[in-house]
Design a protein around this ligand. Structure first.
Ligand code: RIB
Length: 306
């Protein structure tokens, strides 16, 4: 079948630091790297490394970062024929600080991601028939993400949305277009206007998303695992053991792996296992795309579990 990914490409400008800085504080960091990232591109690489045909739709600027992103994606097997080069702006930039405990802070300059528009939807519509899923995130204009979801629903293609970064306003009509919603704790709190402190809070939040019209909800809670609300009910799954080096792209790994498993006709529970395993492997390594696991690594990891 195959997966369409409609969303962002960034160049990540990454500095390692002993800890995250306080507001107004200047900290001395250590290593600096430019690493291909962006939630859309990361999800595409995650799915491609796990054996799915991943077809990425998005925009880069007419600069070296754009070329670097595309050639890196091609080398990972991502289909890049529908990535437009927009000479009017720069490639999306993510300025990332990674602390020694693996936590990160990210500030985005959208650049070409902010220009994704109707013309990109037209290209997407041509490729959707026969695909198993459309993966969406929110580093592109939200009205265009909604249009992409409508196109997928019309084509009978499942919509998987990672609502990251969470917008201030999330139109209610969007919920009814989503088959699988994968917010993290912060995003769920922002979208619902609630605080999540406990697993019970997370269970209630997941149920609220279901009441808004989402088919399946997976609330990702980092080292506390996931809370899944679906047609069977609500359940908490603990996370898999790992050593956290850098949490960047953990959510992208999860989404790409879930989509890849479903694309390969695996059951929903297997897809969740793939998502958890991909997240655990990704946080154990540095960077966005370089940290995403291959199929061999993922299977070996799952087999090593007690
Ligand atoms: O999810 C991780 C990604 O978020 C990074 O690669 C960065 O580009 C930001 O988009």
């Amino acid at each position: 079948m195959g997966i369409c990914i409609f969303g962002s490409l960034n160049m990540d400008l990454v500095v390692q630091a002993p800890r995250l800085p306080k507001p107004g504080e200047t900290l001395s960091g250590s290593k600096f790297e430019t690493i291909p990232g962006g939630k859309g591109a990361n999800q595409a690489v995650a799915a491609a490394r796990l054996g799915s045909q991943a077809h990425l739709f998005g925009r880069v600027g007419g600069d070296g970062f754009g070329q670097q992103s595309i050639s890196s994606l091609r080398s990972q097997g991502v289909v890049c024929d529908d990535i437009a080069i927009d000479d009017s702006t720069h490639t999306g930039i993510a300025s990332i600080i990674v602390a020694s405990n693996g936590a990160n802070q990210i500030v985005l300059a959208a650049g070409a991601n902010g220009q994704v528009g109707e013309v990109d939807i037209d290209r997407l519509q041509n490729k959707l028939p026969g695909m198993s899923a459309l993966l969406l995130q929110l580093e592109i204009p939200i009205d265009i993400a909604i249009a992409a979801a409508k196109a997928a629903q019309a084509a009978g293609v499942n919509v998987i949305l990672d609502p990251a970064p969470a917008p201030i306003q999330f139109p209610l009509e969007f919920y009814r277009l989503i088959d699988i919603l994968t917010p993290n704790q912060t995003e769920a709190e922002q979208l619902l206007g609630v605080e999540i402190h406990t697993i019970d809070d997370a269970i209630q939040a997941a149920q609220q998303f279901r009441q808004k019209g989402v088919q399946r909800v997976v609330l990702t809670l980092g080292e506390q695992g996931i809370v899944v609300a679906d047609e069977q009910g609500v359940i908490h799954w603990p996370s898999y053991p790992t050593t956290v080096v850098d949490t960047t792209a953990a959510g992208d790994a999860f989404n790409g792996a879930v989509a890849a498993a479903l694309d390969r006709q695996h059951p929903w529970t297997t897809a969740l296992q793939w998502g958890l395993a991909a997240g655990a492997l990704t946080v154990s390594r540095s960077g966005a795309q370089p940290s995403l696991p291959s199929q061999t690594e993922l299977f070996r990891f799952l087999q090593s579990l007690p």
